[in-house]
Design a binder for this molecule. Structure first.
Ligand SMILES: CC(C)(COP(=O)(O)OP(=O)(O)OC[C@H]1O[C@@H](n2cnc3c(N)ncnc32)[C@H](O)[C@@H]1OP(=O)(O)O)[C@@H](O)C(=O)NCCC(=O)NCCS
Length: 222
């Protein structure tokens, strides 16, 4: 089958990591023809050129291109905005699963799903649109992870956990079995979530407790 033309939206650190995932996926049989990066801010032309993923335009240029796309931006709310734009423009999102990630039986994911190296997903898990699972994140049986959620490196969901839309779990955050993390939640790095977390809150610590009512935006470069 012919490799599908693909552009990456966003030119920061998250984008460069996703360029690496595309290269690794293509290592055996080429699945994607990486056309380049579309970015409005935060790109380093020299690095992107060296990675074989030159910046070829602004994000708005996607509307006129016959390509698939992946959103390489760490912030879930930013991914939601770009998903709406790209969908309205009639573009299809690709999903990327690194060859070292394992995705178990009866797992479903929406368009734009990205599984970084070392990700482990067991069984009976449902992911919405544009969910990103960063390095070594683990998701156990029967979890439901809504659209635009982000698991940072090493984050771990036990069985039957629910994560709401646009929520972010920080580095090595953990959620115990059956807990619900609402939408638009930020869970701090290293937190252990023992109880349900209300939508729109930021929690941190062990056990995780609210530290702020408003989740702060991630760096656009992340
Ligand atoms: C939780 C988090 C979002 C809070 O950020 P913030 O709103 O800017 O909060 P502040 O840095 O102002 O800290 C507020 C308080 O919470 C504490 N705190 C912040 N993050 C914490 C964490 N992860 N664990 C425990 N306490 C934390 C601070 O020490 C501070 O306490 P103090 O008021 O007693 O001094 C952030 O610290 C964090 O952990 N982000 C995750 C980063 C990450 O994993 N990114 C992934 C990159 S791939």
């Amino acid at each position: 089958m012919a490799a599908r033309p693909l552009v990456i939206l966003g030119g920061g650190g998250h984008s460069r990591e996703i360029v690496g995932i595309v290269h690794d996926i293509n290592h055996g049989a080429p699945a994607f023809d990486l056309v380049g990066v579309l970015a409005d801010d935060y790109w380093d032309e020299t690095i992107l050129d060296a990675l074989g993923a030159p910046r070829i335009g602004a994000v708005a240029d996607l509307a006129g291109m016959e390509v698939d796309y992946v959103i390489a931006i760490g912030d879930g709310r930013a991914r939601r905005e770009l998903d709406r734009f790209a969908t309205d423009a009639g573009r299809e999102a690709a999903s990327l699963v690194h060859p070292s990630a394992t995705i178990g039986l009866r797992v479903t994911y929406g368009p734009g799903f990205v599984a970084f190296p070392g990700v482990r997903v067991t069984t009976g898990v449902r992911f919405g649109r544009h969910v990103h699972l960063n390095l070594n994140a683990t998701v156990s049986h029967d979890c439901v992870v809504d659209s635009y959620a982000t698991l940072s490196p090493g984050a771990a969901l036990a069985g039957r956990v629910t994560v709401g839309a646009c929520s972010t779990l920080g580095l090595h955050a953990a959620v115990v079995p059956g807990a619900t993390v609402g939408a638009d939640v930020t869970v701090g790095a290293g937190a252990v979530v023992l109880r349900d977390v209300a939508a729109g809150t930021t929690v941190a610590g062990v056990p995780a407790r609210p530290i702020s009512a408003t989740p702060g935006p991630q760096s656009p470069n992340s």
